[in-house]
Design a protein around this ligand. Sequence first.
Ligand SMILES: [Zn+2]
Length: 246
Amino acid sequence: MDIDFDLIIELQRLDTELHNASLVLEGIPRLVQDVDKRIQATTKLVGDAKDKMAHNQKNRRDLENEVKDLKVGIGKYKRQLNEVKSNKEYTALLHEIEETQHKIDTIEEAIIAEMLAADDVEEEIKAALHKQSTEEDLLKKEKLVLDEKMKETEARFAALTKEREALVPRIPREQLKLYEALFQKKGGTALSPVTGDFCAMCHMRVRPQMLNELRDRTTVILCENCGRILYWTTKPEPVKAETPAE
Ligand SMILES: [Zn+2]
């Protein structure tokens, strides 16, 4: 099978780039979601602190109303003091007044505690608002960058697709079928350059008689180990850096 390697190498390049672009496109919505979640978290922080303040204020109002009621009670007891007939009743009323005053003192202490707590909550609200205003700006910028990347990648994907559509009709049908079958089977890499005398994908040594045929770049030769279409290349493909031996 005669083959124009330049076309099929170009097809592999386009498919690899399309695959990479589609990975970026698939990944971006999740990243945007993460940013949104972080924005929501800062908003929630402010909301929680404000809820705490509302709760504190309600507690204070309730306690203050309680004090008001108790004071009304004391007023009543005091008026009754003038009307009692016996010492025993008088002592009992005094005792009631004392008890009630004691309750008021306790509640007023609780009110002071709530007021002190309110100062802390006020600080908490301030801190949450500060965090929100500083982080939200950054997060919104992050979203803009992601939006931009999405648009760029979509445009790139469309351009690559167009290039591929123009290229495909120029490749003989049979070669295209072989390429596409291998592309599916071999995890998106149907071709493998031969550098030195090794298949770059599986590192299998290519037999010397095959190397001569590969140098001609006219026939389809599949790697005897990984089954990919081999092609001769003069410049070595970039290889991942290996961990240096210790
Ligand atoms: Zn191979």
